[in-house]
Structures are given as structure tokens and as C-alpha cells.
Design a binder for this molecule. Structure first.
Ligand code: SF4
Ligand code: SF4
Length: 450
């Protein structure tokens, strides 16, 4: 049986898993931002002039919703200063001059056989190794798993990789299948459940067959084949497809007893626990019509985007847009100097060929956006009230339940900038809430004084 969810779209997938993993030579300098997770940013724990080893912890924050960062090369710290971040803004970063020795740090030895069965030891290691949601969300994984213990009975591993272009998860399945199954088993043990369900889209038939041939049941894993449809890899859609449970608007998967962990995160957990390796590299798909070729590049965290492009065959033409992640939900980067981070699954260098923006688009009231929204929303009305700045009506149409999957914009014949509008609207709601909270606190303080 092939599992799925209602609605969604079928973009041109543009994938190239047949291109083998290539190893990118690390750059002369890596830039390690202190913000590579959701939550409190890290503080540097090294100083300019220090020598650091590859894998050494160089930034941390004691807050529970955080994850440390590690040096991805060995060498000398030459700067600690704000640098361009791939997701925008200038963010405090540690810059390391690469000595090209890759001298390893041995602070994290592989876990013992006993520890590999101990949920607490696994969770401590996941945190210490800086593992975050590597599907792109970058939520600290140890915190996510701990939060679900006792509440979650369905652990889902996300192997949909439904965004066009991206191949990292598929290639991890094909190249490291046993390691991946062991990583999933660790997540299952840490979560306190008997079984993990690995949802994989059937366009990865070779990977499904390979994983099934390795007896996933011995690791407490069942492979769940899923229909090829976007956004199958969104957490709520995975929960629906695998368990049939519906995450209510504003809710999260653990609210219906489910937790979703990505393929690449499970592999990082394998490396952290079995090999003592923190998150310092990942497979990044580098593609787009501005590139001479497509690469599935094993890349150190902290590699500047411009350098990465050069190493992956260089530009055929000057790119018009840099997209981090996939084209549907990816975020635009504005600087070639910004580095790759833990959540960078793809770097797409686009020209006008892919950039379908039109000037002054006009809605033709066709309703095609409504027919594809996986959240059952009404994008045409959300956009109309967003344009008017009508908060009450935007709320009535549940604009904050939009998770910016881009299906509506993809299906819109008029090319209305729907996703961009909803992203902005959600930021407007956040700003409004902050303003209202500040006003309420000021009023309470005034009243207390009187
Ligand atoms: S309204 Fe939001 S959730 Fe619905 S299709 Fe559009 S972007 Fe996706
Ligand atoms: S699909 Fe586009 S043109 Fe059609 S109703 Fe929705 S926003 Fe308007």
C-alpha cells in the first residue's frame, strides 16, 4: 500500500541521484556562525589566535533549546565577528584559517555498547554533537526527542525528500544504508518506542529495496512507501500519510502522539554515537541553470557559497538568485560570502529560466490555489486580506496556519506571490504580538506604580 495525504502538487522534480557524492576540498577559511539552530544562539568559547582541532566545540549556549557548534577544519581562529549569515543578517561567527591537516579532536569518543542502548547517553551525545533537524528546520534534536518521551507512540523518519533538486537523503540511503538503520534505531531507543516508521517516496525505489534487503525489522523499523507528491516531506503530511492522524491547525506532531525526524539527522546521530563525530559536514546538492553542472557535494559546514560554486564546476552564467534548500520552500541568500550551515541541504543558483516572477500580477479568481493547499486553507482570500492589511480577516482565514510550502503559488496561473505574502503576514502577526505584549506590560507597570 502506498501512503499519502490530500491535495499537494507535482513539480518537475529535477533530481539527479545518479550523480555520485563528490568531496569538496575545504576552503582556506571556514566561517562558523553561532546561530545554526532554532533557539538561543551560541557564544564563542574560543579566542582569536587559538588553535582548534577538527570537531572541537567552539560555541555553545546552556539554554535547553540550543545546540553547540564545532570547528569543521583544524587551524587557527583568525576572527570572531559578525559575518553574513545564509539566512540573512550579520551573525557572530568564528573564522578559522584551515591548516589542511584535519587534526581530529577526540573529545567525543564513540559510545560504548552499553551506552548505545541507554536513552539518556544517546540523548546527551546527540546534544553534545550539535545535532539539529538537518532537513532544514534546525530544531535541536535532543530537545525534540526528550519532549516527546511518554507522549509519542509513533516515531516517523522522514525519507520523502520531496523538494525538487535535492538528493542528499536519497544518496545517504544508497551509500550508508546500514549506518542509517543504526541511526534510526538510536532515535527509536532514545524516544522510548518499539517501532520507527520510515516514510520514503516511491521515486526512491532502489533505496527502498536496498533498505528492505537489510532487514529493517531487526532494528525495529518498518519502511512505509509513499506517493510521490509535494509536500510529502512536511511534518504534518508525513504524520497524516503514515499514521492517518491529523495535526490540528496551530498544533505540532507530538500533540497527536507522533514525532518526525529527518533521514540526514538520523545519519548524523549514527556518526555522533558510533563514530564520535559532531555535525561538521553534510551532502549539499549544488544545482541550477547558472551552474556548469549539478553536484551532490559532501561539504564542510562553514564553506562560503561562492567558493562552493567554484568547487562544483563554476558558473555558466551569472546567477540571478541563490536559493538555500529546495525551490519550493528554500530561502534566498544575498551573499556569496555567506557559509553553508548544518541545515543547508541544497544551494541552487538560478537564472531567469527558473525565476518565474512577473511584475504586477493580477488574480483571475480561478481558485486553483485552494485546490492544492495541504492545510485546507484559502490562499486567494488570505492574499486579498493581506493586501488590505486586515488582521481580523487574515486571522479568520487562518493565515498563521500556512507553513509556506509554496503549493498554492506553484499552482497559480497568474503567478501571484502568495507564499512570500504569507511569510510576510506571519512576521507581521509576530511583530504585532510583541508590540501588544510590550504595551500590556507597560500598562501593568504603570498601574502598579499608581
Ligand atoms: S496557503 Fe500556505 S500551506 Fe497552503 S498551499 Fe499556500 S503556502 Fe502551502
Ligand atoms: S490560483 Fe492565483 S489567480 Fe487563481 S484564485 Fe488563486 S491567487 Fe487567484
Amino acid at each position: 500500500m502506498i501512503h499519502t495525504f490530500k491535495r499537494g502538487v507535482h513539480p518537475d522534480y529535477m533530481k539527479a541521484p545518479e550523480i555520485p557524492i563528490s568531496v569538496v576540498t575545504p576552503p582556506p577559511q571556514v566561517i562558523i556562525p553561532m546561530a545554526q539552530h532554532i533557539g538561543a544562539p551560541d557564544k564563542p568559547i574560543v579566542a582569536v589566535g587559538d588553535y582548534v582541532k577538527m570537531g572541537q566545540k567552539i560555541g555553545e549556549n546552556p539554554a535547553p533549546v540550543s545546540a553547540p557548534v564545532h570547528a569543521s577544519v583544524s587551524g587557527k581562529v583568525v576572527a570572531i565577528e559578525p559575518r553574513p549569515h545564509p539566512l540573512g543578517d550579520m551573525i557572530m561567527s568564528v573564522v578559522i584559517e584551515n591548516d589542511y591537516k584535519d587534526t581530529p579532536c577526540e573529545d567525543l569518543p564513540p559510545l560504548t555498547a552499553e551506552q548505545l542502548k541507554d536513552p539518556d547517553a544517546i540523548l546527551t551525545r546527540i546534544r553534545e554533537a550539535g545535532v539539529v533537524g538537518m532537513g532544514g528546520a534546525m530544531f535541536p534534536t535532543a530537545f525534540k526527542i526528550r519532549g516527546g518521551i511518554g507522549k509519542v507512540d509513533k516515531l516517523i523518519i522522514n525519507g520523502a525528500e520531496c523538494e525538487p533538486y535535492l538528493n542528499g537523503d536519497h544518496l545517504t540511503m544508497l551509500n550508508f544504508p546500514e549506518q542509517l538503520l543504526k541511526g534510526i534505531e538510536l532515535v527509536r531507543i532514545a524516544s522510548g518506542v518499539d517501532k520507527a516508521y520510515y516514510g520514503i517516496e516511491v521515486n526512491k525505489k532502489d533505496a527502498i529495496e536496498l533498505l528492505n534487503s537489510l532487514h529493517p525489522e531487526n532494528y525495529g523499523i518498518e519502511i512505509v512507501p509513499e506517493k510521490v507528491k509535494y509536500p510529502q516531506g512536511a511534518e504534518k503530511m508525513q504524520v497524516k500519510a503514515v499514521t492517518g492522524r491529523e495535526v490540528k491547525p496551530g498544533g505540532i506532531p507530538s500533540g497527536v502522539g507522533a514525532n518526525v525526524v529527518s533521514t540526514r539527522t538520523c545519519y548524523a546521530i549514527y556518526q555522533a554515537c558510533y563514530e564520535g563525530k559532531p555535525v561538521i559536514e553534510r551532502i549539499v546538492t549544488v544545482a541550477g541553470s547558472a551552474m556548469n553542472k549539478t553536484s551532490n557535494a559532501l561539504t564542510r559546514v562553514g564553506t562560503p557559497l561562492g567558493y562552493l560554486a567554484e568547487q562544483c564546476g563554476g558558473f555558466a552564467v551569472t546567477p540571478r538568485k541563490i536559493v538555500l534548500g529546495g525551490p519550493m520552500m528554500g530561502i534566498c541568500a544575498t551573499s556569496f560570502e555567506a557559509p553553508t550551515i548544518k541545515g543547508t541541504s541544497g544551494v541552487l543558483f538560478f537564472t531567469e529560466k527558473e525565476d518565474k516572477t512577473v511584475e504586477n500580477p493580477s488574480c483571475i479568481r480561478c481558485g486553483k490555489c485552494i485546490t492544492v493547499c495541504p492545510m485546507n486553507l484559502m490562499p486567494v482570500f488570505m492574499y486579498m486580506y493581506y493586501s488590505k492589511g486586515d488582521y481580523e480577516m487574515m486571522e479568520k482565514y487562518h493565515i498563521t496556519d500556512c507553513f509556506e510550502c509554496g503549493s498554492c503559488a506553484f499552482n497559480c496561473p497568474a503567478r501571484m506571490p502568495l507564499t512570500h505574502a504569507f511569510k510576510t503576514a506571519k512576521l507581521m502577526f509576530q511583530a504585532k504580538a510583541v508590540k501588544e505584549k510590550a504595551a500590556a506590560e507597560a500598562a501593568a507597570a504603570k498601574e502598579a506604580k499608581a
